[in-house]
Design a protein around this ligand. Structure first.
Ligand code: ZN
Length: 409
């Protein structure tokens, strides 16, 4: 599972796919999936030239698109001539994002809604003969991505999340006003209402596993078998970080260089984020919150460490994150001081482990979960701050389906 999921994500490097994804499924980022961030990172780099006023576009493209974008550049190049050649005063006065949306829509065989009154809503016209042009392009991009060191990928990710997420949020806002039937609206997943967990599987083909999966997370952890488990080796260090409000949670993107070692494999931390209340239960018990630390190994397999957060003393590391909360959804704040994730870990590190899934769409399986048995504390004030943003962002408990749960002594 993870392999195909990640390769698909890598394919998303090409401009049109990336920008289209931002337009059509603005909220499809999986909180638990590092690939989503990696893919979005590349979107940003190529989006930059597109949101410049049209007159500048051709001059900007070669300079602003970094080395990554060789595969992408041709796609842009084909799009640019119309823009530059026909730039008129009328066009220049309009929102450049609208123009980009329109141009993309034309390219993808979509028509601008005549009733939208210029709100930027795009309705995709079903046109089997004009499959998204970017689908064939990504091959070289994907190959290139594979060659990246984790470090490079991570850096890109860390430096460019912000405007992508913002663009996605903007696209979504633009789609909502009259967008009852837009793809963007249909694909919006949430924790309640029509986009709630019961509907995730129907929102998009890619989300089907949310409904059909047999090894889904979270679960109520009980009846674990007590065995001698190797402890998780945490190799965390003081790291720079950025705080992103991605519309589903507060996510912290950490600079590269933080690892865990478990089951003989080394996984690098990609990001961590929070849920309220805790998604996982232990013998039926819920906790106030949970932090999910998402790691990935060199083959793209995911390992998530869950640290339960229980009401009590304030948690300094959480405070450092809250101090850097973005004011708006889709925004990201670069923190001035680094954080050391060792501070978030409980002193006593026995844990439960089982195989599960991402707890957000696309609910991909094959995720190794390690849930720390001992919670760390977080103050009532700190919980209240998160609640203002996300009063409830926990997926309901999924069936254990006879899965083995191991528990360290
Ligand atoms: Zn999570």
């Amino acid at each position: 599972m993870p392999t195909s999921y990640f390769s698909r994500s890598l394919l998303a490097c090409a401009v049109v796919v990336a920008v289209t994804a931002a337009l059509l499924s603005p909220s499809a980022n999986a909180n638990d999936a590092p690939a989503a961030t990696a893919a979005t990172a590349k979107k940003t780099e190529v989006k930059k030239p597109e949101i410049k006023p049209v007159g500048e576009a051709s001059a900007v493209v070669p300079a602003a698109v970094p080395a990554v974008a060789t595969a992408v550049a041709p796609t842009i190049a084909t799009a640019v001539p119309t823009a530059t050649a026909t730039a008129t005063t009328t066009r220049e006065r309009r929102d450049p994002l609208d123009i980009v949306r329109e141009r993309l829509a034309e390219k993808l065989g979509a028509g601008r809604s005549t009733s939208s009154g210029g709100s930027g809503v795009i309705r995709v016209i079903s046109n089997p003969s004009s499959a998204p042009p970017a689908v064939p392009t990504p091959a070289p991009a994907a190959a290139r991505s594979k060659a990246y060191s984790t470090h490079a990928t991570h850096t890109t990710q860390a430096t460019s999340h912000s405007s992508t997420a913002k663009a996605a949020a903007d696209a979504h806002r633009a789609a909502v006003p009259d967008g009852h039937s837009t793809a963007a609206h249909a694909a919006h997943w949430d924790y309640q209402g029509e986009g709630g967990p019961q509907a995730w599987a129907q929102l998009k083909n890619e989300f089907a596993t949310c409904g059909t999966g047999k090894r889904q997370s979270p679960i109520d952890i009980r009846d674990g078998i007590k065995v001698q488990l190797d402890s998780v080796q945490f190799d965390y260090r003081s790291s720079n970080f950025r705080v992103l409000d991605n519309g589903h949670t507060v996510q912290v993107n950490v600079a590269p260089g933080n690892f865990i070692e478990v089951t003989g494999k080394r996984f690098e931390l990609q990001q961590f984020h929070f849920h309220r209340p805790s998604e996982e239960r232990i013998n039926g018990r819920l906790f106030d919150m949970v932090a999910h630390l998402v790691h990935k190994d060199i083959e793209g397999r995911l390992a998530v460490v869950a640290v339960l957060l229980d009401r009590g003393n304030a948690q300094p590391l959480v405070q450092a994150i809250w101090n850097n909360l973005p004011l708006e959804k889709g925004d990201e704040v670069i923190a001035r001081l680094p954080l050391d994730l060792n501070e978030l870990l409980p002193t006593e590190r026995s844990y439960y482990t089982y195989m599960g899934s991402l707890t957000t769409p696309p609910c991909s399986e094959g995720v190794l979960w390690m849930v720390m048995k001992t919670p760390v504390t977080i103050s009532a004030e700190q919980i209240a701050i998160f609640s203002k943003l996300y009063p409830m962002n926990a997926r309901p408990i999924q069936s254990g389906s006879g899965r083995l749960i191991k528990e360290s002594n």
